[in-house]
Design a protein around this ligand. Structure first.
Ligand SMILES: [Zn+2]
Ligand SMILES: [Zn+2]
Length: 184
């Protein structure tokens, strides 16, 4: 019997509910798709190393504004392992709200506006993707489960954070190898 809710789904299998214009998302052992809301843009990304780098929650003010929500749920992949299956992306770049002063480029679906990923000048060769764009909802709770929650100092008061996840007041990434000293 197939599951009809995220909570009831068998976490050892794929769970791809109708959540946008496309219904051709997929999930394999080491790779899965991320699709925009209208379905025009679809990407394939690695769900494990070496292409899969990290997964994190960010409460910073920049993330709150760009997601139109209270926090961003992100994961980082190496660009060498990111495949553009279809769709052109529109970009918008600025550095004003980035703590490091580095340029952050945002890649959107020009049709529906879904933010698919961001690329920071302080973190070359990597894309910061969005967990919510991933078609297999079970991955949100398994392989993409956040490993750290950062900028807790900017967290909205009614959200108490992700239980059992390392909490960092500011940026969790200070070395140059990680998603930058910037807010991401
Ligand atoms: Zn779209
Ligand atoms: Zn952020």
């Amino acid at each position: 019997m197939s599951a009809t809710t995220t909570a009831a789904s068998d976490k050892t299998k794929s769970y791809i509910p109708l959540a946008g214009g496309a219904s051709d998302g997929w999930s394999k052992e080491d790779e899965a798709t991320a699709t925009c809301f209208c379905g025009a843009v679809q990407l394939a990304f690695p769900t494990q190393g070496p292409g899969f780098i990290d997964s994190f929650i960010c409460n910073c003010t920049d993330c709150r504004k760009i997601t139109a929500s209270m926090f961003a749920s992100n994961f980082v992949v190496a660009d060498t392992h990111l495949t553009h299956i279809r769709g052109e992306l529109k970009t918008f770049a600025q550095s004003r709200t980035i703590a490091s002063g580095g340029l952050m480029t945002n890649y959107f679906c020009p049709n529906c506006g879904t933010l698919m990923y961001r690329r920071g000048s302080g973190f070359p060769g990597h894309s910061i993707m969005r967990i919510g764009t991933v078609d297999d909802f079970n991955l949100h709770e398994t392989k993409l489960f956040p490993r750290v929650e950062q900028f807790t100092k900017d967290r909205v008061s009614w959200f108490k954070g992700v239980e059992g996840v390392r909490q960092v007041e500011g940026s969790a990434y200070s070395s140059k190898k990680t998603p930058s000293s910037s807010k991401v």
